[in-house]
Write a protein that binds this ligand. Structure first.
Ligand code: ZN
Length: 150
């Protein structure tokens, strides 16, 4: 298990160093800012839609390794997905990071997002890991241009 944990940590650190889809998107269909006051993570999510399909996703901002890696892996995972697929994945991801740390991690269908299973052991970090998801959901549902995890 500790080997797996090391691997997970390595993936997170790698995505923090070289986040995917980390750029400003001109002319995005949806834009939303997210803020996690608990840690100080701040990001802006850009979404390019094609009907109900997420054609492209990008983000920019500053934050801890977990928030950046989460946004990086999330944007990779959701490109080309429909809005309902994205919502379903968000629910699966949220279940994973908020499930009991001593129970089995249900990572079915999560792909690389499974690396966040370790976050279960650090409840204060759950908001870092879910900030990008909450921000994306707010962007897609149009509940406002700003979202805070508090
Ligand atoms: Zn954070």
């Amino acid at each position: 298990m500790s080997d797996l944990r090391d691997l997970y940590q390595e993936v997170i650190l790698d995505h923090n160093r070289r986040p995917h889809n980390f750029r400003h998107m001109e002319g995005a269909d949806r834009v939303c800012e997210g803020f996690n006051p608990l840690c100080g993570d701040r990001l802006t999510m850009f979404v390019d839609l094609d009907g109900d399909v997420i054609r492209d996703l990008a983000f920019e901002g500053t934050g801890c390794a977990i928030s950046r890696a989460s946004a990086s892996l999330m944007t990779d995972a959701l490109k080309g997905k429909s809005l309902s697929e994205a919502e379903a994945l968000f629910e699966r991801f949220h279940e994973l990071v908020t499930s009991a740390p001593d129970g089995p991690a249900d990572i079915a269908g999560l792909g690389k997002l499974a690396v966040f299973a370790g976050v279960r052991e650090y409840p204060a970090r759950v908001k870092c890991a879910t900030l990008s998801w909450h921000t994306l959901r707010a962007a897609l549902t149009g509940t406002g241009e700003r979202v805070s995890t508090e």
